[in-house]
Design a protein around this ligand. Structure first.
Ligand code: 5GP
Ligand code: ZN
Length: 114
C-alpha cells in the first residue's frame, strides 16, 4: 500500500487541515513554503494523468475550501501537481501541493526541493 493510502487509513499519522468522505488535506512533512499542504483523493489514483475528470470536479471544490480555511484566497497561493518521472513525482498517489503564506516566486523551481 502506498504511503498516502496509509495516511488515509490512519497507519501513518498526519496533521489534518480538512477532510470529507472523499478527500483529505494535510500538512506536508517537509514544507517548501510557510504554508505547504497536500490535498489527496482518499481513493488511490497514480497521478493527475489517470484521474477521472468527475473526481477532479469534487477535488476542485475541496481545494477551494482548503484555501479558504487557510486564509490563502485573498493573497493567493500556488497549486502544483507533479506527474510521473519528468514531472518529478515522488509519491505515486495523486496529490496537489498548496503553497502559500508568503510570496512563492513566479516560478516553481527555486522553491521546491529536489
Ligand atoms: P511529490 O514530489 O511526489 O510531488 O511530493 C511528495 C510530497 O510528499 C513531498 O513534498 C514530501 O515532503 C511529502 N511527503 C512524503 N512522505 C510524507 C509523509 O509521510 N507525510 C507527509 N505529511 N508528507 C509526506
Ligand atoms: Zn495510494
Amino acid at each position: 500500500m502506498c504511503i498516502f493510502c496509509k495516511i488515509v487509513n490512519g497507519e501513518i499519522p498526519n496533521k489534518t487541515i480538512l477532510e470529507d468522505e472523499k478527500f483529505l488535506a494535510f500538512e506536508d512533512i517537509s514544507p517548501a513554503t510557510k504554508v505547504h499542504v497536500l490535498v489527496i483523493p482518499k481513493d488511490h489514483y497514480t497521478s493527475f494523468d489517470v484521474v477521472p475528470p468527475k473526481i477532479m470536479a469534487g477535488m476542485t471544490e475541496f481545494i477551494q475550501k482548503v484555501a479558504s480555511k487557510l486564509n490563502l484566497r485573498e493573497d493567493g497561493y500556488r497549486l502544483i501537481t507533479n506527474i510521473g518521472e519528468h514531472g518529478g513525482q515522488v509519491v505515486h498517489h495523486l496529490h496537489f501541493h498548496i503553497l502559500g503564506g508568503e510570496y512563492v516566486g513566479r516560478l516553481v523551481g527555486d522553491k521546491i526541493k529536489e
